[in-house]
Design a protein around this ligand. Sequence first.
Ligand code: SAM
Length: 289
Amino acid sequence: MDKPELYSRCAAPTFAAVNIRQLEELWPTLTWPDQPLPVLEVGCGPGDITAKFLAPRLPGGTKIVSCDISPEMLRYAEEHNGRPGVISYESFDAAEKDLEGTAVWKHGPYSKAFALLLLHWVPDNRCAIQNIYRLLAEGGEAVFTVVPYVSVFAAYEEMAEEPRWKIYMEDVRKFVSPYQHSPDPAAELRQLLEAAGFQVLHCWAGEVEVVFRSEQELKVSSFLFVAEFLVSVNPFLNRLPLGERDDFIDDILQRMYKLNGIIKEVDSSSGESKIIYFYTSMKALAKKL
Ligand SMILES: C[S@@+](CC[C@H](N)C(=O)[O-])C[C@H]1O[C@@H](n2cnc3c(N)ncnc32)[C@H](O)[C@@H]1O
């Protein structure tokens, strides 16, 4: 992901709300060591959750190491969500094979690991989960939020078969959630966590919806807002000629309508429109014994 401004602006009122609600539900069950150990955040994106949610809630003196694979995200996070002496932002691939050679390893071990809206971006979940397990101190806990299924991924898969788009999407599998076709994503995640050595304290998957609200609230049409959100998370767009990009996003949106992944509703009295976006969400809390 390389569009931090757009992601920060468009994700905040939508996915972030679900993400934060899920974090708030799990937060009271977390346990904290007497001596503060650092906290790890993997896939921190623009750092909004790091600075605005995590940092204010951590026990005094706790340092946060937040990492991401995207240099653009890290640059934005440092510039807009820097907290010198509290948060250090590091470059890191969650599925790194040489874990002990990374800066993230050197700052550890960690009392907590947060991997929020990350695992659906990582094809090798087994390796990412094992890495997180190894980075934790004994008794450390890991919190995951994931999007196992969403219609936008189904749209990518369809479009990768289309003559017009296929040359830009040959590696589509890398950008579709590894749980997209799973009949039971929570059971799959639980199995991966247990295989890494975790005790699973909580693992849930279910349908959620986010509402892209009215034109008054967003100052742009809800349709345009959804399109901007899709741009902010789209891995293919930079490969397309400029003149093809609007059609590409429009094609995704039309397919999402057909798949019932989004619906438009118009309030009969006010005439106000909103777009409802459906997807499957998953959250897990696991402990290193
Ligand atoms: C949807 S954003 C989530 C950002 C933030 N955690 C949040 O909840 O708003 C996913 C982030 O994961 C990062 N990412 C994707 N693959 C990664 C990997 N293999 N290792 C580390 N970060 C990765 C992306 O660059 C992006 O910033």
